[in-house]
Design a protein around this ligand. Sequence first.
Ligand SMILES: C[S@@+](CC[C@H](N)C(=O)[O-])C[C@H]1O[C@@H](n2cnc3c(N)ncnc32)[C@H](O)[C@@H]1O
Length: 511
Amino acid sequence: MANQASTSRRSQGKPRDADVPTFCTWPAHPERENEQKPQGKHTGEQEISERARYEQSSFAPSTIFGSGSVSGRTRYTRDAHSTAYTATNQSERGGREDMASVYSYNSSRDASQFVKEVHGRMFNSLNEAYLLPSDEKEWGRLDKQGSAMTVSFDGHLYPCADVVEAILDPSTPGEKRILDLGCGTGGWAIDMATKFPHAVVTGVDVAPTPLDMDTLPPNLSFEIDDVNLGLEHFHNQFDLVHMRCVMGGITDMDKTLRDIQLCLKPGGILIVIDGDQYLYEDKQRFFKIASVPGDREGGLADPKGSWLCRMIWEACEACVMAGSGMPRSREIIELGLWDSDLCDPVTASAGCVFFPVGPWARGKDLAETQMLQYVGVLMRQVFLNIHRAYHGILRKHGVPQATLDQWSKLVDIELNQSIRKLWVRFMYCCARRRSPDGGPAPPLPVPSPPVNNDPSQTREGRPSGEEIVYPEKEIYTSPEQARAKREQRLATMGFVPSSVARTSFAAMNQI
Ligand SMILES: C[S@@+](CC[C@H](N)C(=O)[O-])C[C@H]1O[C@@H](n2cnc3c(N)ncnc32)[C@H](O)[C@@H]1O
C-alpha cells in the first residue's frame, strides 16, 4: 500500500445515513463508512521540527520542487514511483539550498508525528489554536459540510462560478494553478483537480490528509504546513486560492489575508469561506444561547436558548483563548475585500448562505424544499458529530467533564427532536488581484469552449439548463451593503455573558 496512514479515498454515492433524504439532482457523496480505518497506531505527542512541510504527490520530482526557496523547513516528499516519502537535499534536486535534512516518510508511523490523541480523538500537533480533531469521524463530518456548501453554491464548488471558470478555462493562456489552504480531507482539492484536469492543484493542511495515493488525480499534491507561518514560497503563483472553514486555526487574519493575496497571480481570484460562531433564528437575529447559572439574562443568554448555540460559542471562546483570531477573521470575511490594496475592489463580492439545522425548512416549491431538507439533514449530522469534539478544548480551559456531558446530552436532544429551528450561516468573500502596477485586475479571460461539458466527469456536474438556485443566500455587491447587514445582525445580539470557558480558565489559573 502506498501510504498506510491513509484511508482509501471516497467511493461515490450519497451519505449512507438513514435520514438523508433522496435528492438526486445533487452531487454524489463519499461513503466514509466503507472506508478502511487507518492501520497505524497513533502515538502521543512527538517532537517535530519547528516547521515541517510534508508533500504527498504523484507528480514528477521536477514539478514537486518547482516552488521558490523556503528556509527553516523540512520538506517531506513522495515522488512519483515510490512508496516512501523522502526529503532530499538541494544538490540532488537542484536549487534548494535550504533542504538540508533527509527524511524518509513511510506509513502511519511517521504520520503520527503530526497528530496527537486527546480524550480519544486525534488532533493536529502543530497548531494549538485549531480546536477540531483530524480523524475519521471529523473527515466524515467535513465531507457532509462540503456537500451542503456545493448545494448552496448552486451545484458549484465555489461562489463566483463564472469568474472562477473563466480564470481556469484551459483555452486561455498559461498554466493554471489552484491552492487550497486548510484542505482537510482533500475532498475539494480532489474535486477541483478532477474538474480542471489541466490545472495543477496543491492542498495544504496542518494535519495529514486521508488519501489513497493510488487513486489521486495526477495533477494534485498535498503538503503539511501551518498557514500562520507564512506562504512566501507560494507568492505570485496561483490563479485561485481557496480557504474554507480554516479561520479557527488562523491567529492573525490580517497578516494571513495579505499573505494569501500575495499567492495570487495578477487577475487570480481569492475565495475565503467560513462559518459563523453564532446561529440564527430567522437569518437576521441571533438565536439565543442557553443560559447557565450566573448569566445575566436579557441579552444573548436566555433560559429558552439553544444548547448547541451555547456549546459552539463556548468552544469558540476557548479557541480564541488558545490563540485563534476568530472574531477579527469573521469581521474581515463579512466586510469583504473591497478595502484591500492588493485586490481590485471592482472585482470584490461577498455574501453568505444559510443552512437549516434539521429538515424543517420549506422553500417556495418542491425543488427548494427538497434542497433545504437535504442540507438540513446534512447540517444536523454535522452538528451531532461536532459537539463532543469540543470537549477536549473546553476541558483544557477548565470546564468540568460532567458539565460537558450534560451540555452534550441536551444538544443531542435538541438536535434529534428538532426542538429549535436554527439557521447556520457560512460567509464568503472573493476578489481578484490587481495588476503588478497596482492598477485594476487584468481583464477576465474570455474562454472559447465551455469548461468540461461532460457532467459525468465531475461530482458536481449536471447537464446545462438544470440550474436550481439555492434560496437562502445573500450576495453583497458593495462594502456598504456588507457593512449594513453585519451591523443589522450585531444589533440583535444584546449583552454577551462571560463564557463558562473563560470563567473556568480564570479560576483554574487564579486570574
Ligand atoms: C474545518 S476544516 C475544513 C477543511 C476543508 N477546507 C473543508 O472545507 O472541508 C479546517 C481545516 O483547516 C486545517 N487548518 C487549521 N488551521 C490551519 C493552519 N493554520 N494551517 C493549515 N491548516 C490549518 C485543519 O487541520 C482542518 O483540516
